[in-house]
Write a protein that binds this ligand. Structure first.
Ligand code: NAD
Length: 516
């Protein structure tokens, strides 16, 4: 296929008045579409359910963004059946043809970018720039995985002995269950689904219950792109109601999951138990983080403080990659902490109504309660240097950007994933102490070092235990094809989404040898 080389989708310039007014107009238009109902789609047909999942605007919880079907085990079983049937033909469809559907979906998403951004603002509470980056990431996944499939479609080179031909190529696996989180509802759902589909599998797509309307929009785009019926079965539901069923069912061949450590470990355990299926289920699981940024005594302290703030508070810290620990060398501790606190106090908190809102609401009431309880724990464990007690959640799930200083590396706020706008600042004696503190975590997703010392950078390159390590920059916002993403330890199976090893996780490799 004569495609242009891959390149990342550019972000919109929000200082440009015309982009601002275009998004305002689209937000108003989409505002007129709130409250609609979205059924399940199984085998290409809409399926109504008895119950539904209301999705609300986290900046204004009284506003219902939409109501999405609520699958029970019955509908989940129907979805697995439809996916099983569709696998017969989809797995035999030419890889080029599958890739073209991703490219078409990318085209549709690009044309609808402002609409998708608007749904992100309403359903996910995303500030504009974050919403834009996320839709761009979804487009990137579609473009990148389409090209990756073309690269892998004939297999890879191996050696042959004289008189024989040895071939090594990939085949689709079967029915995949795609279970997504709410924090990147367009990008992660699109990325996990498109990788599974372009490799010839069929899927049951379960978006997060908190952002199911966006899930319905993503499913709609794949449908419009021409995906045959049954290849993608849109099956929203509560994890607690259908999660175990989908994971345990013998029709399931693999599970692609992104979400919390607790859920990921449960899925891994349940999937490992034989349940009559003639295969070992594969689990691709990307989970939480407790990501650290180390600032040493040689660093550019102003740049470091800016990037700590950016990494900790973008999308209210609700990113698996967010900096939730800043580990500062004792000699620069006071100066960096002072700068961070000063910058945090200028962050604008509020509903994402204009481009200058950096910190929006948390996604849901349970998340608001969880983060509020960590603020209380932090007040006992350390000194709060920025942030206020959370207000009434009925007015939106807002928590002000919070900084805790002099945090003990073993404190709960330094060890447990909070997933909110809360930063724990820790003092280190020297660089090796800082590395030791950073590595003292069950997680290992992202990590950063600010330093001008070559020896420190080389040491961290080797020893910092994280799947994504960034030097002298922020640690969030991994770009597809540029910063393949996935964690060590209990952050997941290190699947490196958006990287060259990702698609093979969705296929089985076959070796065929013929003697002549
Ligand atoms: P979550 O684990 O609560 O939910 C994730 C998904 O799992 C949802 O769709 C949910 O319905 C489903 N689920 C819940 N119980 C289930 C069960 N028993 N069986 C099957 N599915 C079940 O996570 P969340 O709150 O939606 O997302 C936030 C978490 O995701 C954070 O821990 C964050 O670090 C992590 N995350 C990781 C990455 C990464 O790439 N490593 C990216 C984004 C988010």
């Amino acid at each position: 296929m004569g495609l242009l080389p891959y390149k990342n989708e550019p972000y919109l310039d929000w200082s440009d008045e015309s982009n601002q007014s275009a998004l305002r107009a689209t937000l108003e238009k989409i505002g007129g579409e709130l409250g609609k109902s979205y059924p399940l789609v199984i085998g290409g047909k809409p399926v109504e359910t008895e119950g539904d999942i209301p999705s609300v605007n986290p900046a204004k919880p009284s506003q219902v963004v939409g109501r999405v079907g609520r699958a029970t085990e019955r509908e989940a079983g129907m979805a697995l059946d439809a996916a099983t049937r569709a696998f017969e033909s989809w797995s035999r469809t030419e890889p080029e043809s599958r890739a073209r559907i991703l490219l078409r979906a990318s085209g549709i998403m690009r044309r609808r970018k402002l609409e998708m951004i608007s749904w992100e603002v309403y359903d996910g509470g995303k500030p504009w720039a974050e919403a834009d980056a996320q839709v761009a990431e979804a487009i990137d996944f579609l473009e990148y995985y389409a090209r990756e499939m073309l690269r892998l479609k004939d297999g890879v080179e191996i050696y042959s002995v004289p008189g024989e031909e040895s071939r090594y190529f990939y085949q689709p696996m079967g029915v995949g269950v795609i279970i997504a989180p709410w924090n990147f509802p367009t990008a992660i759902l699109t990325g996990m689904s498109s990788a599974a589909i372009v490799t010839g599998n069929t899927i049951v797509m379960k978006p997060s219950e908190f952002t199911s309307v966006i899930g319905a929009k993503v499913a709609e785009i794949f449908d419009e792109a021409g995906l045959p019926a049954g290849v993608l079965n849109f099956c929203p539901g509560y994890g607690s109601e259908i999660g175990d069923y989908l994971v345990k069912d013998p029709r399931t061949r693999f599970i692609s999951f992104t979400g919390s450590m607790k859920t990921g470990l449960r899925i891994n355990e349940l999937a490992a138990k034989p349940n009559g299926q003639p295969w070992i289920k594969r689990v691709i699981a990307e989970m939480g983080g407790k990501d650290a940024m180390i600032i040493d005594d040689s660093a550019d302290l102003e740049a470091a403080a800016n990037d700590i703030v950016r990494s900790a508070y973008g999308y209210s810290g609700q990113k698996c990659s967010a900096a939730s620990r800043a580990i500062l060398h004792a000699d620069v501790y006071d100066e960096v902490l002072g700068k961070v606190v000063e910058k945090v106090r200028t962050l604008r908190l509020g509903p994402p109504e204009s481009p200058d809102v950096i910190v929006g609401p948390l996604i849901s009431e349970p998340q608001f309660e969880k983060v509020s309880s960590y603020v209380e724990i932090g007040k006992d464990e350390a000194e709060r240097l920025a942030g206020e007690d959370p207000g009434d959640p009925d007015g939106g799930y807002f928590i002000s950007p919070t900084v805790f200083g002099d945090v003990d590396p073993k404190a709960r706020i330094a060890q447990e994933e909070i997933f909110g706008p809360v930063l724990s600042v820790i003092k280190a004696r020297d660089f090796s102490d800082a590395l030791r503190i950073a590595n003292d975590s069950p997680y290992g997703l992202t990590g950063g070092v600010y330093s001008k010392d070559r020896d420190h950078l080389e040491l961290a390159r080797r020893e910092l235990r994280a799947g994504n390590v960034y030097f002298n920059r922020h640690i969030t916002g991994a770009l597809v094809g540029v910063q393949p993403f996935g964690g060590f330890g209990l952050s997941g199976t290190d699947s490196k989404a958006g990287g060259p090893d990702y698609l093979p996780l969705h296929m089985v490799a076959k070796t065929v040898v013929e003697r002549f």
